[in-house]
Write a protein that binds this ligand. Structure first.
Ligand code: 5AD
Ligand code: SF4
Length: 476
């Protein structure tokens, strides 16, 4: 899963009804990927029947949850320093006779469980990504000043089945776009990655449950749904006839929902881009022409060491086939520089792959040894300066490409879904089919939540600027 996607969650908007003095308040801080954003909303849902409404400030809260991420370096340290601040807040509240329950959820909780209990006694509850449906019980049992309650098993029961049904959710939709988790966990075991250890084995939700959730979102005003999974295109949930459905088939089924206009999915693995999914890109207009397909490296030796289970050539052929199916598709990827043993020639092979593919967007990271993963203890760990220098070169090339892509859209007419209000009246921000933010001035606030054609006036480094298309505007 990628961070920094423009849509990744920020401070939660308080859900209705407005908090009143008698209600209890929950503040959730979300780190990391979109799946954590989805999980945070579900945590708010499970606490709603207990009388908790969301607040945007920890000072107001009776319950604070840090929903953490463990994918790269210093994640745990960030959590501990946040817990230091919360310890002070808890002490201040105690002076005023107010309580504060502190919970840590997500992948750091999963990985650090008992260590965190020892190191941060201020924490009352530690709950993993597969056990947060048990929060109400944990919250009810907490707060007696004893050691933290830890729930980090991978339980046999299905978390999704224990969450409130879509129509009973307080947080069903916060705007015209939404995330929907369809698959979790990963069986790929890339040697750098903690996900198979923190999120567990691959699991796909049944088609009918996903379709119900999608319909509930659409009824609540959602026009665009991003299907989430750590390995989303390995999706193999059960369909109505009891057979396993591929992601391509699921997208086809969801595309039949009236009022749902746009479908995306993330994050994919090149090995799971099957024919059905590739042809779906050519045949289903609602499937947006943007694909996040991480490659990590362009060197076969490094790909092998990473256990990615494919070569650079295999990836390039997939890209070629997707482009044949959907010529205007915009591609994005994740890259890791400085994996153990990466030579200058390996790194240059990554630059060569990037030049060949031409990305619209990308996320790149210095390799960070994750405790418990095979690569962390390998020989050939690279000095920080080498990683930093390679990251700069890689990012310079990727920024050049994304800016060139944005500029190439100037003069084009694109359908834009307006999903954010700008700072000043008359300003609205939307997203293009290619996921860039599109800024408009002097437009009616009524367009919020709608899709309208926009003529792109300028492509900038990370966004587009445009004006509403009139009938005589240039065609796409
Ligand atoms: N070090 C650096 N980057 C990592 N990622 C995952 N694990 C690591 C690690 N140990 C990156 C990969 C992945 C993205 C979500 O995070 O590029 O695709
Ligand atoms: Fe991690 Fe690899 Fe699984 Fe992606 S495919 S979640 S990088 S192990």
């Amino acid at each position: 899963m990628s961070e920094r996607t423009p849509s990744a969650g920020t401070a939660p908007e308080p859900s209705s009804p407005e908090p009143s003095a008698s209600q209890k308040k929950i503040f959730i801080k979300t780190y990391g990927c979109q799946m954590n954003v989805y999980d945070s909303a579900r945590m708010a849902d499970v606490m709603a029947p207990e009388g908790y409404v969301e607040t945007a400030s920890p000072e107001d809260a009776d319950l604070v949850i840090l929903n953490t991420c463990h994918i790269r370096e210093k994640a745990a340290e960030k959590v501990y320093s946040e817990l230091g601040r919360l310890r002070e807040l808890k002490a201040e509240k105690a002076v005023r006779g107010e309580g504060l329950v502190i919970g840590v959820a997500g992948c750091v909780a999963q990985a650090e469980g008992n260590e965190m209990r020892r190191r941060a006694p201020v924490v009352d509850i530690i709950v993993g990504p597969q056990t947060y449906h048990r929060l109400p019980d944990l919250v009810a049992r907490s707060g007696n000043g004893g050691p933290a309650l830890v729930e980090t098993e991978f339980p046999a029961e299905d978390k999704f089945e224990s969450l409130p049904a879509p129509e009973r959710r307080k947080t069903v939709a916060r705007g015209p776009t939404a995330f929907l988790t369809i698959q979790e966990g990963c069986d790929k075991f890339c040697t750098f990655c903690v996900v198979p250890y923190t999120r567990g084995a691959e699991f796909s939700r049944p088609v009918s449950r996903i379709a119900d959730e999608a319909r509930a979102l659409v009824e609540a005003g959602v026009r665009e749904i991003t299907l989430l999974g750590q390995n989303v295109n390995a999706y193999h949930g059960e369909d109505a006839s009891g057979r396993s459905s591929s992601l391509g088939a699921l997208v086809r089924e969801l595309a039949a929902i009236d009022g749902l206009d746009r479908i995306r999915y993330t994050t994919s693995h090149p090995r799971d881009m099957d024919d059905e999914l590739i042809s779906a890109h050519g045949e289903i207009g609602k499937l947006m022409p943007y694909l996040h397909l991480p490659v990590q490296s362009g060197s076969d030796a490094i790909l092998d060491q990473m256990n990615r289970q494919h070569t650079a050539e295999f990836y390039l052929r997939i890209v070629e086939r997707i482009r044949a199916a959907r010529p205007d598709i915009a591609l994005s990827s994740d890259f890791i520089v400085g994996f153990p043993g990466e030579t200058e020639a390996d790194f240059e092979a990554t630059l060569a792959l990037i030049r060949e593919v031409r990305y619209a967007q990308a996320y790149s990271f210095k390799y960070s040894p994750r405790p418990g993963t095979p690569a962390a203890t390998r020989d050939g760990q690279l000095p920080e300066e080498v990683k930093t220098e390679r990251l700069h070169r890689l990012q310079a090339l990727l920024s050049e490409q994304s800016e060139a892509f944005n500029k190439s859209l100037a003069g084009k007419r694109l359908p834009v879904l307006f999903d954010r209000r700008g700072r000043a009246p008359g300003q609205l921000v939307g997203r293009s089919p290619y996921l860039q933010p599109v800024h408009l001035d002097g437009v009616s606030a009524d367009l919020f939540g709608q899709i309208a054609d926009v003529v792109i006036e300028e492509g900038l480094a990370n966004s587009l600027r445009g004006r509403l298309a009139t009938s005589e505007a240039a065609p796409a």
